[in-house]
Design a binder for this molecule. Structure first.
Ligand code: CUA
Length: 162
């Protein structure tokens, strides 16, 4: 093989690597744009703002707790504060779809429901919203997963699914 042919083969190999290295990021970008704008999939996050000093007089945090919107459809409003969740027990029938609306009264807390994908931050001033359907009966522990002070390890509660 001549030097010229070798160079040509080398060039082909280079192109064979350059094309996917451009095509893959472009494909990922298209997938992100499609899921975000066409399908509406986003990370759970800020669903609004609230004055953490005025929770007692701001709906829905003036009446934390469970609200039935329709059969099997619930809204649970919870406040995180050092070192409790208010309320710390939610009871729903099996198969219920629950939208959690949460915020923090003081410092940054976390909200993780064990054995579910629910995992969100509670940030003072920010409303967090996340929805989950509880298909299996049982007791679902939820915990604060952001270190918030001396009582962080006792900050927990549970969703009881009957
Ligand atoms: Cu609240 Cu850790």
């Amino acid at each position: 093989m001549s030097l010229r042919t070798n160079k040509y083969i080398g060039y082909l190999f280079e192109v064979a690597w350059i094309l996917p290295s451009v095509a893959i990021p472009v494909a990922v970008l298209v997938a992100v744009i499609l899921t975000a704008f066409a399908v509406g999939i986003t990370v759970p996050g800020a669903a609004g703002r609230v004055d953490p000093q005025a929770l007692a007089s701001t709906a829905p945090f003036d009446q934390p707790g469970l609200k039935e919107l329709a059969p099997g459809r619930y809204e649970a409003t919870l406040i995180g504060q050092t070192f409790v969740f208010l309320p710390n027990t939610i009871e729903v029938p099996r198969g219920s779809k629950v939208t959690f609306i949460l915020t923090s009264r003081d410092v940054i807390h976390g909200f993780k429901i064990v054995n579910t994908p629910v995992n969100i931050m509670l940030i003072p001033g920010q409303i967090s919203r996340v929805t989950h359907t509880f298909s299996e009966p049982g007791e679902y522990l939820f915990v604060c997963h952001e270190y918030c002070g001396a009582g962080h390890h006792v900050m927990s509660g549970k969703v009881i699914v009957k």
